[in-house]
Design a protein around this ligand. Structure first.
Ligand SMILES: *[C@@H]1O[C@H](CO)[C@@H](O)[C@H](O)[C@H]1NC(C)=O
Ligand SMILES: *[C@@H]1O[C@H](CO)[C@@H](O)[C@H](O)[C@H]1NC(C)=O
Length: 451
């Protein structure tokens, strides 16, 4: 296992959900259900967004003409699976409320294997009446398959290198097993990249920044600026918006991912019109293609990545990584010890690593435009203590703390999903800037720790 990433691919998930057209749901971009425990602004929010003109919200066959039906979509995904079986895998994570299996399709150079790499998921068709996303995701999956191993990048290389529905529960337990670094759900009805928080503490419509506001603004801008014209928005400065500033919602998927799944998720509104004529889909795909790819790429092209090890036996440690001044903890993986931390580039950071039973460490970094590799080798506090300490982390406490703010948060991921598709993307080679473990053969060796 080589952490230089030189020759491997990242594992990226494309979640792809579809449902009946009549679905209503409570989450950004969807229709409000009548039991939405409300607050002030939601009518205002709708008028602000100019959503759901009558003809767009119609669920008749006319607006759907030219779009794939669920059956056609399922076929297309199966075809994709056959054509690209060398890099993909299907599995089900449960059933939807209507009893339809929730399939995951994973695309990876090593399908079925978890690796010490960042993972990304896309979720489309969260609301049954916003069909553009699911069409684009299928196009994206096929594009990736066609370009797999051909053109190393689509991207310019800059270096060498509680829920009510069963599908909600299924997604939640899936996310407990399957860690994602980043995520995006695709919606229609506006043109903007929306980032947390979606809800504000006092439920008013106001900018409500999460601890990683800068990183989220960066991610949202990557999407917006790579898009044909999202950044030219008159309604949203730069084509991005804080969710609570636009209109607050609670129990949305985006906040849940950040709080509970350690995953940085955006909500992407990718077309003003929910049901554009189907013949506009190729254009919409072109408008969004580089955005989707660049967003995924940003998770390997920037931020800090590394591993946390024990100095006495070289074993990976599920240590907690925090950045001074940012009240959020990212936890390293228990099996591989890898962590991936999105951060806005062009800033200095102090990275701190803690692990019960081990001496904490910290280091200063200047994160420029490229990603950095920062590994940590932690020394036991002392041998006896190390054996007595439980292997836990601050992460859970932290999540609980965050939960207190959003005391009322309850998951309403409105997935009435029948399908989830996952796929892989190319991993960018990158030059480790701080790479403190030159010798990778750690096992059984005692080594001095530089960080
Ligand atoms: C983006 O381009 C589309 C297609 O030309 C147009 O309908 C839309 O109004 C444009 N949006 C912005 C924000 O420029
Ligand atoms: C960190 O965030 C939690 C809730 O999100 C809050 O209770 C706590 O006071 C914060 N800590 C600091 C140092 O701001």
């Amino acid at each position: 296992m080589d952490f230089s990433y030189a020759s491997s691919f990242s594992l990226i998930f494309l979640a792809f959900c579809f449902s009946s057209l009549s679905t209503t749901a409570t989450a950004r971009g969807g229709e409000r259900s009548s039991d939405f425990s409300g607050y002030l602004d939601h009518n205002l929010a709708y008028s602000t967004r100019k959503l759901s003109e009558d003809k767009q919200s119609a669920t008749g066959v006319d607006v759907a003409r030219g779009y794939m039906t669920n059956v056609e979509l399922e076929k297309a995904v199966e075809q994709f699976g056959r054509r690209c079986s060398h890099i993909s895998r299907f599995y089900s994570i449960g059933k939807s409320v209507e009893g339809v299996p929730l399939w995951v399709m994973e695309i990876s150079d090593k399908p079925g294997q978890q690796e010490a790499e960042p993972a990304f998921k896309f979720i489309g068709n969260v609301h049954g009446d916003e069909p553009v996303g699911r069409e684009l995701l299928l196009l994206l999956a096929n594009w990736l398959c066609d370009n797999y191993m051909k053109n190393p990048l689509f991207f310019p290389l800059n270096d060498d290198l509680d829920s009510r529905q069963p599908e909600t529960k299924a997604i939640m337990s899936w996310l407990k097993e399957r860690r994602f670094t980043g995520s995006a759900s695709l919606h229609g009805g506006a043109l903007v990249a929306n980032y947390p928080w979606d809800g504000s503490q006092d439920k008013r419509k106001q900018y409500y920044a999460c601890p990683d506001d800068k990183a989220f603004r960066y991610m949202a801008s990557v999407y917006s600026r790579s898009h044909f014209n999202m950044s030219l928005s008159k309604e949203f400065d730069g084509g991005i918006t804080n969710g609570a500033f636009w209109y607050p919602i609670y129990g949305g998927m985006q906040d849940w991912n950040y709080i509970h799944a350690g995953c940085f998720e955006l909500t992407l509104e990718i077309s003003d019109v929910k049901w554009p004529n189907a013949d506009e889909l190729p254009v919409l795909w072109e408008f969004n293609r580089m955005s989707m790819l660049n967003l995924v790429a940003s998770f390997v092209k920037t931020g800090i990545h590394g591993k946390t090890f024990s100095s006495d036996n070289g074993q990976p440690l599920p240590a907690s990584i925090t950045i001074k001044g940012i009240n959020y903890t990212v936890k390293a993986d228990g099996s591989f010890g890898d962590y991936h931390r999105m951060l806005a580039p062009g800033e200095s950071y102090e990275v701190m690593v803690t692990m019960p039973g081990y001496q904490s460490k910290s280091t200063h970094i200047l994160l420029e435009d490229e990603a950095m590799s920062v590994d940590f080798v932690l020394d036991p506090e002392d041998d006896l203590q190390m054996h007595l300490q439980p292997r836990s982390s601050c992460n859970d406490n932290h999540k609980l703390e965050l939960l207190k703010i959003f005391g009322k948060i309850h998951l309403e991921i409105p997935l009435v999903a029948a399908f989830i598709l996952a796929f892989l993307c190319f991993l960018l080679k990158r030059k480790p800037i701080v790479n403190l473990l030159k010798n990778r053969q750690l096992a059984g060796q005692k080594r001095p720790a530089a960080v």
